[in-house]
Design a binder for this molecule. Sequence first.
Ligand code: CP3
Length: 344
Amino acid sequence: MAETKTILRALAGETLPTPPIWMMRQAGRYLPEYRAARAEAGDFLSLCYNPELAAEVTLQPIRRYGFDAAILFADILLLPQALGADLWFVTGEGPRLSTVTTQADFDKLGRGEMIHDTLNPIYETIRILRRELPQETTLIGFAGAPWTVATYMIAGRGTPDQGPAHALKAENRALFDALMERLTEGTIDYLSAQIEAGAEVVKIFDSWAGSLNGEDFRRYALEPAKQITQELKRRHPGIPVIAFPRQAGGGYIGFHEATGADCVAVDDSVSPEWVAKHVQPGGCVQGNLASKHMVTGGQALVDETRRVVEALSNGPHIFNLGHGITPDADPENVKLMVETVRGA
Ligand code: CP3
């Protein structure tokens, strides 16, 4: 039977008359119904580990906007937690973790199969979603890329320049490489279990890929994405992979071919015209409207949305923002963006 899900058609390389659309962080604090569910759960991590409520918030933006894809509600920092790191969120500030900076810290981490003990509720969320999603909606699973996850594990928090991770890489390369390897293996096992539970596509978020230069970019952004993609495709033939090496700039060029990813997601530090010329020839691209338009709205939102659609209309494209929607966004602006994409 011919594939009817538009996201899967775009990922297979088809150029569609209207690009399918979803939005990073589409379940989030800009939605009043999300804030209510989070209050009911108590806190963010309790929401992630409550399959019924996590499925509910995943469905909220689908009901409101009819997006073509749902993204599993979870977080990239659940994997380090499942490997044994302590994890908590400070309201208004962000994540905190126990740090990994010495061999002794590293030796305390677990590996392999043990991650599923913690992550089982996430797989249950996926099973619920496959029953409850509309049949035309694709379910996307995800994980953080090893480098991005390592930056949080090494620093114990988010950092503006990923300084502590760069420092460990410079000062104790063997330990840094061991952590990267452990995270690569864990990511493969985690995404593999998501696929077995029903995820139809997986996305690898490398939010801090832009701070890796030259040989470091090849070794710590491109190479892990390739290893994860190739092993997932060996275990689960036909499962599409979206890679998001955010702010890679020139590093986006050739990323499809070098990793085997079916789609490369691009942020808004590059123009859609540049992406059409340099990245889309490699395969499907996803992006890249600046998320500030979800706050500011108006004619600029309409014009820029049309510009992204038009620039990327000659090849496979999934419409998205260049990064996650922010809590101060207006839900009406999201509606306007969806109508503009579908009506353009
Ligand atoms: O896209 C989605 O809707 C799916 C769910 C999802 C979340 N986080 C939910 C979330 C996804 C895909 C992520 C990815 C994620 N998490 C990344 C990579 C993507 C990116 O944005 O760069 C990173 C770096 C994280 C780690 C993380 N989680 C941080 C730094 C924070 C705090 C930042 C903030 O805005 O408060 C989170 C919390 C988080 N993850 C929230 C959500 C909806 C907000 C938590 C809340 O409700 O208070």
